[in-house]
Structure formats: C-alpha cells, structure tokens
Design a protein around this ligand. Sequence first.
Ligand code: BGC
Length: 370
Amino acid sequence: MDQPAALSVTRDMFGQTAAGQPVWRYRLHNRQRMSVDIITYGARIHAIRVPDMNGHVDDVTLGFDDIAGYESADDAYFGAVIGRYANRLGGGRFCLDGQDIQVSTNEGDNTLHGGETGFSARVWAAESFSTHSTVGVELTYFSPDGEMEFPGNLAVTVRYALDDANRLRIHYSAVCDRATPVNLTNHVYFNLAGAGMPSVLEHIAMINAAGYTPVDAQMIPTGEIADVAQTPLDFTRPGRIGAFIDADHEQIARAGGYDHNYVLATEGDISRLAVRVIEPESGRGLEMFTTEPGVQFYTGNSLPGGFIAKDGKTYAPRSAFALEAQHYPDSPNRPDFPNTILRPGEKYSQSTVYRFLPDLPAAGTFLDGP
Ligand code: BGC
C-alpha cells in the first residue's frame, strides 16, 4: 500500500457557503497512512482517516459531503471549533465586573455553543505550515465586539498539527481588548469502527475523572461537583460505553445517555492521559490529552439519523461520541469553577491532543510545541 514518503499538506476548494464565501479544505498526511481534512467553515475537522489493526483505513469522524450539510439544521456541530463559549450559559446571562450581560440564546432561554451563530458557522482564514516533525494548518477568526452580544473584540487562532505518531494536536489561542468569557473546544464526533457504523455502545472507555458537574433539568450545572463512584458515570476503570447508558439515574435520564462534563484528574497536565477509548473489533483506539480541566463526554444521544451525511451514511442516536476538552459549562456564573474570563493583556491558550492507536513506530515522533 502506498505510504507517503513524507508528512505533507495539500489544499483544494471544498465549496462555498450559501452566502457565496469560498471554503477551503486542507489535507494533512502522515507516514502512518493517517490523514486529516480540515475545512475553513467552522475550522472543522471534516475527516480523520486512520488504519485499523489490519491496516484497513476508515474515516472515523462524522460530517457532510458539502457545505450545505454543515449549514443545515442537521448539523450537530460536526468537527467544529466552538466559541466564544463552548457548552451552556444558563439564561444566556452572566455578571462581569458588576455589569449584567445578556448574550444570544439558542436553546430555550440558554446559550449553547456560542449562541445563534457561533464560531462553528464562520468562515476562518487559513494557512498551512510544516515543521520538522509536523504538518498542519493554522486558522484565524476575528470575533468583533458585540458579536452574539459578547463584550469586546476577540482574535482567535486555532492550529491543527499532525505528526508521525498519529497525534493530532489542536492548539487554541485568543486575545481580547475587553474582559470576556472564552471557552474553546472542538466538537468532533468519533466512531472508531468507522463513521456511519450504527453504535458506539461496544466501545470501551476510560475517563480519568473522579468527579463531574451534575446538571439541572435544563442541562445547566447545579454548581456541585459530584463523585462518579457508585454511579453509571464512573469510567475510572475501562468499561463498555453501553453498559449503564440506560441506567435508572437522574443525570443519565436527563441527558438520554452521557452528556456530562467530567472534572479531569489530570488538572491541566497535558502529559497525563485524560481519556482512552478502544473499539475492540477494529483495534482502533483514541487517547486524549489536554490542558483543560474538563471534558464533555457526549454519546450523540440526539443524533437524528434521518438525513444522509458524508459518504451516503446516516447517523443514528449513539452512533458516535464526542470528547470536548473544555472549561466547565456556565463557569461565568459559578465563581467556584475555574476561571473563564479573559482580560486585555492576557492570552487564552489551550491544547488538546487526540492520539490514534494502534500507532506504529514512527520516524519523527515528537510534536513541536504550540
Ligand atoms: C452538548 C449536547 C448537545 C450537543 C449538540 C453537546 O456538546 O453537550 O447537549 O446536544 O452538543 O450537538
């Protein structure tokens, strides 16, 4: 099978938005026959192709074949960078330096993933790069003061880098000119048996977290940090995702499965393993490492299934999972949660690495820093 002689990055036109904006696709290749497609609409991961234990390559991420899909109501933030504030803000409101601020709401009275038109629905500027051990693409977006009613201008950079150890590193940075909440993540959905396979319930997950942030009936954190021990949310030891997904437990019932922010024991140490998921049939695995204090583990409970997506596939509920490395939801309203307010003169910075298994011995193994 053809194995590229070098790390490479290519670019082609992916399409255009309904408003006529051109959208580019960047394809990153490594020497392990892994490739990653990034599109400039929403700075999205459009595809990740990775070999299984027999060398068979499949795309393991959900998406659409064209921009119209990503712009449609069926889009569940597939692969997207989420901002200005990932996850939920209760009532779309917070008090910042004594001022009450109301931002765009898009889920009842609450704000989900940045409001009506978040970063996931913007066209980003992009440029490819390569270093001695990675290839990548750097995307930038300027979010103006008052966009979705958030205060201050925010300049955002997201850098995707692929290396020969099957690691995809996402580095996010941002600066502002007025205090504003910032919480960035990526919403890529995986099925390690191949996107479009009917279920992830047989995948085995380990989440390095003893606690999580329980939610109320509207999926807004109650403010408590609860223990996962003795609950269906406990993945401190590897377990089948499907084992307790329908358990009689208030938090599970509210979300229709897993849709919870885990409080990572790694405490921002990106060298420590945060999450590992293995798909036993294909032998594919995914590890996540992050600087973030939390991860939203979402089992695609509300994927509707009734539309045709990438490669003619349909996506049933629970046919994919997302691992959204992030600060906790609703933090601006929770002084006890780690701070999410960025101030002028400071730099927002977060890194998350997805590492795919089985990884084969690689030529250049080290990812460059951010
Ligand atoms: C949220 C889910 C939501 C989904 C939208 C996830 O990050 O936690 O509640 O349904 O995004 O696609």
